[in-house]
Ligand binder design. Structure first.
Ligand code: FES
Ligand code: FES
Length: 161
């Protein structure tokens, strides 16, 4: 058995100290050690985007990052973005536009969409599709998700939808 590694990081603004196995990935650390189960796990090899979180302000796939690599980092999950209200308008738009059904992809979609809207205030539908192209949804057919992101961008820009 490999010796655990000591890590110290911030998760959703709270300081966390932990001892983790060197091979434990960040998604499993968040879900199993911290009970932050909004970070979903689908493919576990970097394809589906269900595990998307923010690390030091950049979106990453938590299944592809070791928890030990998050030492000294600031990690934000969907729980943090939701509790702070940062994505409340996106969440409302997803509800109103029927952009979620089973909801499995939704946390990753919301974090990825918010990443786009922080970079690009009024993205085109093509830009939205491109930015979300690494997040898979088995239910919605994507159209409603693009609608929801586009609506949110317009509302943030003070425009009518
Ligand atoms: S679970 Fe990480 S990308 Fe699919
Ligand atoms: S809502 Fe079911 S996978 Fe997207």
């Amino acid at each position: 058995m490999t010796a655990p590694v000591a890590i110290s990081l911030y998760v959703n603004g709270e300081h966390v100290d932990a001892h983790v196995q060197p091979r434990l990935n960040l998604a499993d650390f968040l879900r199993e050690h911290l009970r932050l189960t909004g970070t979903h796990v689908g493919c576990e090899h970097g394809v589906c985007g269900a595990c998307t979180v923010r690390v030091d302000g950049e979106i990453v796939r938590a299944c592809l990052m070791l928890a030990a690599q998050a030492d000294a980092a600031s990690v934000e999950t969907i729980e943090g973005l939701s509790d702070s209200g940062e994505v409340s308008d996106l969440q409302n738009a997803f509800r109103e536009r029927n952009a979620l059904q089973c909801g499995y992809c939704t946390p990753g979609m919301l974090i990825t969409a918010q990443d786009l809207l922080k970079r690009e205030a009024e993205p085109s539908r093509e830009q939205i599709r491109e930015h979300l192209s690494g997040n898979y949804c088995r239910c919605t057919g994507y159209q409603a998700i693009v609608d929801a992101v586009e609506t949110t961008a317009r509302l943030r820009g003070g425009r009518k939808v």
